[in-house]
Design a protein around this ligand. Structure first.
Ligand SMILES: *Cc1c(COP(=O)(O)O)cnc(C)c1O
Length: 239
């Protein structure tokens, strides 16, 4: 796997997509989604200059964070179980999947106990896909109003996953909808809520996401190759 070559290809595509839509390429953060990949594989991306990584399993993140250099930034994506919150700490740069009240409450109580303020994004199921997590568009405003009352939570933006098997037009439409939602809601002044980030775009659709204003893209397969989820490289390696 030519991770160095893959990374530079992705960076080039980010650059082109940004320029095409009149955006500054440096305003788009590339997260390398390293879930299921071994520490050695993640190290290759590090050696190629990548510093921002995203994981979806707390246990895997815990193992990797101690083995990779300290200047890595770690993001959490994917459903976060409330009973895993106790394993998180300040080494998590951003939780992308705040999607329900019970998680809000658990983060708050853990944050209060341990004096941690959690940086989060609210996950929105913009495609209204029953297979996917996230709040429905019409639920987001009330949720943010609720979150504003929690001292140990900061909401920095919105996150979504594009619909699987959707046409390019539909996908771009979903990303646009999320941007419009953010633009509408950022006008409300709520304490602890500062909607600046839009986490949207993955391997198959990040260029459309950039055209629609994405500030964080989450790319796995285009950097690390296909994940063979049944023989998780990470678990196979004995961890
Ligand atoms: C796995 C995952 C990604 C990366 O997907 P690729 O198709 O490998 O780029 C991005 N976001 C979330 C939430 C994921 O679970």
């Amino acid at each position: 796997m030519d991770i160095f070559g893959n990374l530079s290809a992705v960076q080039q595509r980010i650059h082109q997509a940004a320029v095409k839509s009149g955006r500054d390429p440096s305003a788009i953060k590339l997260l390398a989604v390293s879930k299921t990949m071994s520490v050695g594989t993640v190290e290759k991306a590090y050696e190629a200059g990548q510093r921002f990584f995203a994981e979806n399993r707390v246990q895997e993140w815990q193992d990797k964070v101690i083995q990779l250099p300290k200047d890595c930034e770690w993001h959490l994506i994917g459903r976060l179980q409330t009973n895993k919150v106790k394993y998180l700490d300040e080494r998590v740069t951003l939780i992308h999947s705040l999607d329900r009240l019970s998680l809000l409450e658990t983060l708050e109580s853990q944050g209060a106990q341990r004096n941690i303020v959690w940086p989060t994004l609210v996950q929105v199921n913009i495609a209204r896909d029953s297979q996917k997590a996230g709040l429905l568009e019409e639920e987001v405003e009330d949720f943010l109003t609720e979150a504003a009352g929690y001292k140990h939570i900061r909401v920095y933006g919105l996150m979504t996953i594009g619909a699987l098997n959707a046409s390019p037009e539909d996908t771009q439409g979903f990303f646009r909808q999320l941007r419009l939602l953010k633009e509408r809601l950022e006008k409300k002044t709520l304490p602890h809520v500062n909607l600046k980030e839009l986490s949207m775009g993955m391997s198959q659709d990040f260029e459309w996401a950039i055209q629609e204003g994405s500030t964080i893209i989450r790319v796995g397969r285009q950097i690390f190759g296909e994940r063979i989820d049944t023989t998780n490289e990470y678990i196979k390696g004995g961890r």
